[in-house]
Ligand binder design. Structure first.
Ligand code: ADP
Ligand code: MG
Length: 728
């Protein structure tokens, strides 16, 4: 049986040895990247300056310079052994897309030549209609194009046979609608820079740009490839739809930070080497809470790069895991009953002068600057909590949120006791009337103390979806398989919008004759009061919080189809529209795509569930039941007393009862699916899939898992949880 062959193979594996290019990372870090150093070497001074400027400002590169960059890129790539090039982009499928072209062409007289023109660098035309595009396909021209993003350096991907030059690009329709994750993120960063610089100028006139930084902690599971291949549910849906909980799961908590199995370590080493060669600054690796769950994290980078790097990392994990006879599981909940995986987004703001705006400084003035960005972020998240929730919504993340292992679906912010006290202090101290000089001094003193306060601020709250961790916010609710560009577009847009409003309110007060510091404090105080409801320091996993949140008027939207409403609300349309991120049609298109993706995911799960139950589980149970029947018949044949086969009869009955329930519910689920499919309105169909189709999953699974516990181990067709989560 497949299960036993797979088990045998998986338990006899030796770690795959990995050769490191050098024991010093500095010897090979970024060798596969056309980075500043290589550009400097391959480009004239003038062209180099242009490219760097474009990188920093997001401006377009002049065509004639692009020609020179293309030539330099080509000669570098060919010298590295690359034969092909591709525009590398992040369509709304959730994976990355590539279409390779050879550097090769034919000259007029038929000779083979190596070419790569600026037009091939700057723009390509993949068929937009083959990628998710929502209504855009019908309303607009079907064609789309990819356009070079000079702010993310080109890199070389090493395949098993051959190397390819990859050029990070955005993906847009011919009429200009964005069709990917990168283009909106770049727009949001532009808006953020424009909004944040004037605010920084209150504190430091030297600041000319503000950018976001992001450090992404990536959680994942590894499972032996043969065991994976023996589980059709895992293969088709990324998660196990069945599986009785192993007697020993994560209750002893002996996996977290434990020693890393050597097969896994080999995988990690190779992943790190390949990542570092691509300029992904991976730094941390460790075991996670659940058995066979791990985490890796890079050093934070400029957000556009960090998001590209995370996409690239997920791709590398997939390829490298196979080499080590593993399959990496990036799904948010591959196994029921043990923790799922997330992707903590550590986010902050940084200035051209090298200051982290969410890190308090050593003067009252820089602390006021810190407070300004801190409070504005809180206010933005409070204002757009539903949109933040929607930004992490997916069929797979629904399993995590609120499941007592990940933050709940309620958006709240954790500040830590000390900073909460500082905000409370400001709320009390800043008066509506003019403050006395003594009051001002007292307040300044308090603000001046923030860095000391933070130094011994050790409180950590793992249950908050959005937590302040000393010098950055950590958006913890993002799913492990997500493209972070999505949630980060939302966060950066709402913060940009908020900073614009803040600036205009402060300007208003200054015009009325108020000093800037006092005006800033006054507006901050107003925001502190207005956004108080979203601050929560307690246990986010408890039921108490659900009750308390309800009282506070905070939403707890537990399912994706409904939470996605926030993407097309009036408020969202306005904030995205006014900041030039998405127009109405783009938002509606995205909303449509997300609903469609949700429906398809549940539909596939539902089909796989029926297939596996019908073709794998039921036959196995019947075979075992038949064995029992034969046994009972035999015992009766030799006239044994009833007690000798009473247990067998009991088991026969139990099996029949589970089989009946499974069969009935699978049949009913098919009918429910048919009904749902007939619903024309996409949102209503998604809700039907959530409430009327998915609702069968639990009962079918419950009965299958019961059978797993009854049926002879020898005839159970699927690898069991215990077998999958144990890495030998
Ligand atoms: P943990 O949350 O597990 O304690 P760390 O504090 O080491 O982990 O940081 C997690 C991630 O946060 C890392 O990727 C780190 O580089 C990143 N990080 C640290 N400072 C910043 C910052 N200013 N902006 C964005 N990310 C940051
Ligand atoms: Mg963290």
């Amino acid at each position: 049986m497949l299960r036993f062959t797979a088990l045998e193979k998986s338990s006899n594996r030796a770690p795959v040895p990995v050769n490191s290019p050098s024991s010093k990372v500095s010897d090979y870090y970024g060798v596969n990247v056309f980075d500043k150093e290589k550009m400097h070497k391959h480009l004239s001074k003038e062209v180099y300056k242009q490219v760097i400027e474009a990188t920093n400002t997001g401006q377009r590169i002049d065509r004639k310079f692009a020609e020179l960059v293309a030539a330099a890129m080509k000669s570098w790539a060919i010298s590295m052994g690359a034969t092909h090039y591709t525009h590398w982009f992040q369509p709304l499928t959730g994976t990355t897309a590539e279409k390779h072209d050879a550097f090769f062409d034919l000259s007029d007289d038929g000779r083979a030549i190596e070419t790569f023109s600026s037009s091939a660098l700057v723009q390509q035309e993949p068929d937009a209609s083959s990628f998710p595009n929502g209504g855009i396909r019908n309303t607009f021209e079907a064609r789309g194009y990819t356009a070079w993003d000079p702010s993310s350096p080109a890199f070389i991907m090493e395949g098993v046979s051959g190397k390819t030059l990859c050029i990070p690009t955005i993906f847009v329709s011919y009429t200009g609608e964005t069709l990917d994750y990168k283009a909106p993120l770049l727009k949001a960063l532009h808006a953020l820079n424009q909004a944040a610089v004037p605010v920084c100028q209150y504190f430091d006139k030297n600041v000319s740009t503000v950018y976001s930084t992001l450090g992404i902690e990536q959680e994942y599971f590894l499972v032996d490839i043969d065991l994976f291949n023996a589980r059709p549910d895992l293969e088709m849906t990324g998660r196990t739809l069945f599986g009785a909980t192993a007697a020993k799961g994560q209750q002893l908590e002996d996996h977290y930070f434990g020693s890393i199995p050597s097969r896994v370590q080999s995988f990690m080493v190779e992943l790190e080497i390949e990542s570092l060669k691509l300029g992904i600054p991976l730094k941390t690796r460790h075991n996670e809470v659940a058995p066979s769950q791990f985490e890796c994290a890079p050093i934070y980078e400029d957000i556009n790069l960090a998001v590209d790097h995370n996409s690239l990392l997920m791709d590398l994990m997939e390829k490298i895991s196979r080499k080590h006879h593993f399959k990496v599981l990036l799904h948010e909940k591959p196994y029921a009953g043990i923790n799922g995986s997330g992707k903590h987004n550590n986010w902050s703001l940084s200035t051209s002068t090298g200051k982290n705006l969410l890190s308090p400084g050593n003067s009252p003035k820089s602390n006021l600057q810190f407070l300004t960005f801190f409070v504005n972020t809180i206010k933005a998240v409070h204002e757009h909590a539903d949109l933040m929730r929607a930004s992490i919504a997916s069929a797979s993340n629904d399993h995590r949120l609120g499941a007592n292992e990940a933050p709940p679906a309620i958006m709240s912010i954790f500040l830590g006791g000390q900073l909460s006290a500082v905000l409370d202090e400001i709320e009390k101290a800043v008066k509506d009337k003019k403050m006395t000089p003594e009051e001002k001094t007292a307040l300044k003193l308090n603000i001046g103390k923030i860095p000391e306060i933070l130094l011994d601020n050790t409180d950590r709250n793992r249950t908050s979806p959005f937590a302040f961790t000393g010098n950055k916010f950590e958006f913890r609710a993002v799913g492990s398989s997500a493209n972070c560009g999505h949630a980060m577009t939302v966060l950066n847009t709402i913060v940009a919008d908020q900073l614009k409003k803040f600036h205009s309110e402060v300007e208003g007060l200054i015009k009325k004759g108020m000093k800037s510091d006092e005006a800033i404090l006054k507006v901050l105080r107003k925001y502190i009061v207005e956004s108080k409801n979203i601050r929560f320091e307690g246990n986010g996993y408890g039921d108490e919080w659900k009750k308390e949140a309800k009282k506070r008027g905070l939403n707890n939207i537990t399912t994706t189809p409904v939470s996605l409403d926030a993407f097309v609300s009036k408020k969202t349309m306005q904030v995205f529209g006014e900041n030039n991120i998405f127009n109405h049609r783009e938002l509606e298109a995205r909303h449509e795509i997300m609903l469609e993706t949700y429906i398809k995911k549940i539909q596939i799960e539902s089909r796989v569930m029926t297939n596996v139950a019908t073709n794998h589980i039921i036959p196995a149970a019947i075979k075992y039941q038949h064995l029992l029947v034969k046994n009972v018949e035999g015992l009766m044949g030799i006239k044994m007393p009833k007690e000798t086969y009473a247990a067998q009869v009991e088991l026969i009955k139990e099996i029949s009862s589970h089989l009946a329930i499974i069969k009935k519910n699978c049949d009913d689920m098919v009918l429910a699916r048919k009904k749902a499919n007939a619903i024309v309105d996409l949102r209503a169909r998604a809700i039907a899939y959530c409430d009327k189709v998915k609702s069968y999953f639990d009962i079918i699974r419950y009965n299958v898992d019961k059978l797993e516990l009854i049926v002879d181990d020898e005839s159970w067709p699927l690898p069991k949880y215990r077998e999958m989560v144990t890495i030998r």
